[in-house]
Ligand binder design. Structure first.
Ligand SMILES: NC(=O)c1ccc[n+]([C@@H]2O[C@H](COP(=O)([O-])OP(=O)(O)OC[C@H]3O[C@@H](n4cnc5c(N)ncnc54)[C@H](O)[C@@H]3O)[C@@H](O)[C@H]2O)c1
Length: 252
């Protein structure tokens, strides 16, 4: 039976088990959203993000959904389960992402496609599944997690950069399609943020990066999460089709 909890807004966050996605979930909880946390599996990490959200906001309802967003069936299941539980979807944060780095001349097609399928096609599938509900509600927010690599390119990341550039095209096209329906679509492009994704970088690469960043540090997941939650808010209702960098001024 469908339960309607219309007084609170409902957000879906993908890649919510750790890093930027987990911080987005905690920040949305603080702002009073109900949340569907999506990640590859129902891990202890994902369970603890749920506990943290509920500790932050006692009446925050959180559901955990195991879904590989590169698979259409999993995307359908995640959106259906959210609608079944909450009766609405107000915000979709397409945050889940992966890398499979290597020089293009040695990169096989599978390595290219695997990254595109998660980072770009997954975001497309989830967006198209959420949009009919948002159209009915006459409001909605989609926020896509791009990257500075998608704007400027990055050696060794042809697949990742192409997926993140693709997300920018997706963002602008959806913004044009959906503007008349009260739905905004924006992209966030982080630079170097302290998460497991950047932990594995060699110290030399980290030091060289910090040298190039005017603010002289890597960002924190909260630096990105605060922007995402703003873009999701009513206060951001006149912002659509934009790509906002959160990079400490990495490229100026
Ligand atoms: N950390 C950075 O410096 C940085 C910079 C630019 C962009 N980004 C982007 O921000 C987003 C979050 O990055 P992060 O640093 O928190 O990464 P992370 O690797 O710490 O977390 C990514 C999460 O996505 C999940 N995920 C991966 N593939 C998935 C799939 N197919 N289906 C469902 N979930 C999946 C992982 O299980 C993980 O929990 C990513 O899209 C990433 O590309 C990160």
């Amino acid at each position: 039976m469908m339960e309607v909890l219309s007084e609170k807004k409902v957000a879906i966050v993908t890649g919510a088990a750790r890093g930027i996605g987990a911080e987005i979930a905690r920040t949305l909880a603080l702002k009073g959203y109900h949340i569907a946390l999506v990640d590859l599996r129902l891990s202890e990490e994902l369970e603890s993000v749920k506990k943290e959200c509920v500790a932050i906001q006692k009446d925050c309802r959180v559901i955990l959904l195991a879904a590989d967003i590169s698979l259409e069936e999993d995307c359908k299941h995640a959106v259906e389960a959210t609608k079944e539980t909450f009766g609405r979807v107000d915000v979709l944060v397409n945050n889940a992402g992966r890398t499979k780095d290597g020089l293009a001349m040695r990169m096989d097609r599978d390595s290219f496609s695997a990254v595109i399928d998660t980072n770009l096609t997954g975001a497309f599938m989830l967006s198209s599944l959420c949009l009919p509900m948002m159209v009915r509600q006459k409001s909605g927010r989609i926020i896509n997690m791009s990257s500075v690599s998608g704007i400027y390119g990055n050696a060794g990341q042809a697949n990742y950069s192409a997926s993140k550039a693709g997300l920018i095209g997706l963002t602008k096209s959806l913004a044009k399609e959906m503007g008349g329906r009260g739905i905004t679509v924006n992209a966030v492009a982080p630079g170097f943020i302290e998460t497991q994704m950047t932990d594995s970088l060699p110290d030399k690469v980290k030091e060289a990066a910090i040298e190039r960043i005017p603010l002289k540090r890597f960002g924190k997941p909260s630096d990105v999460a605060e922007l995402v939650v703003f873009l999701a808010s009513d206060e951001a209702s006149y912002i659509t089709g934009q790509v906002v960098e959160v990079s400490g001024g990495l490229v100026l």
